[in-house]
Design a protein around this ligand. Sequence first.
Ligand code: KG4
Ligand code: ZN
Length: 351
Amino acid sequence: MDYLQRMKQKCEVLRKQKKVRILAIESSCDETSVAVVENGRKVLSNIISSQIDIHRHFGGVVPEVASRNHILNIIPLIDQALDSAKLTLSDIDAIGVTQGAGLVGALLVGLTTAKALCFACDLPLINVNHIQGHIAANYIAFPKLTPPFMCLLTSGGHTAIIHVKDYIDFHLIGTTQDDAIGEAFDKVARVLGLEYPGGAKIDKLATGVKPNIEFIQHDIMAGSFDISYSGLKTAVINYVHKLEQKGEKIDVPQICASFQAEAVDMLVSKAVRACNEVGEKKLVLAGGVAANSYLRAKLDTLSKKAGIELYYPPKEFCTDNAAMIGSIAYYQLLTKDPADLSISALANIPL
Ligand code: KG4
Ligand code: ZN
């Protein structure tokens, strides 16, 4: 019997097994991470090696440098994740790995390692969508949370409002037509001279500052669930450049607070409107920008008013980690066939 047939049969057995332990690998951008997750919810280990300090010198992620560092990190991290879970490879039932979206060279390191492990240990390969992983971070944080719910996904590469009908059944309600919100935060931070990745620094500098600058007059996507950040981003950049040309003082905390408020306000109102329109009473935040304090506070208020239950993961589960990949891999294993060893990495991947 060939590998794929054998793995399909193995997954049928695993679906009836009480405990399923997945070794999960994430390498889509500048974090190498390996985790062991039991039944999609219990994190036995989650080791993250961030390359932020390396890429900071360049003001952003350099894809080739990221790939090279993933190669250096990946095997030691697998050893650490197994050691920390007090397990060996023989205790692992399947390998979950991010197939996309992300930097292809970076993804290939995790994917090739996962394929090699599956081939050597005769394990099923579960090819995960990174965005679905971000959503699943909430299953780890909230053991009782189950779909359906509305999700506001706000990461460095994606911004979307998604109706999560079931663990592996997603309906896209609206998405950005240009930049992602995290990308806008990072680019604004850069023009303000803040180090990469600037999102968290904008958040910190904006604390306690009352916004008083209006960068754009209105949301060009108002009325739709889609979003645009390139206009706001360009308006902030032009504002800063004009002050620089005139030699005037740049009030960095004020610009941070005003930009953050505009970026977040247009998004949160759409997320709440989407809940109301679909009749969904649960709203779940996901992705790196879900760590933003203004976003969390604003949604706390809006959702209370609208009678919506709000969920957001702890900050360490907002940004990239392999535990979230292990969580979604489990639910994928329960409902979908495993992947063949011929699959490749995907820069973009539909929901
Ligand atoms: O989800 P993530 O780890 O990467 C992608 O999958 O794209 O998100 C990283 C993004 C970066 O743009 C970073 O600046 C942003 O999340 N971020 C924040 C905060 N913490 C991280 N943005 C705003 N406020 C924060 N506190
Ligand atoms: Zn991510």
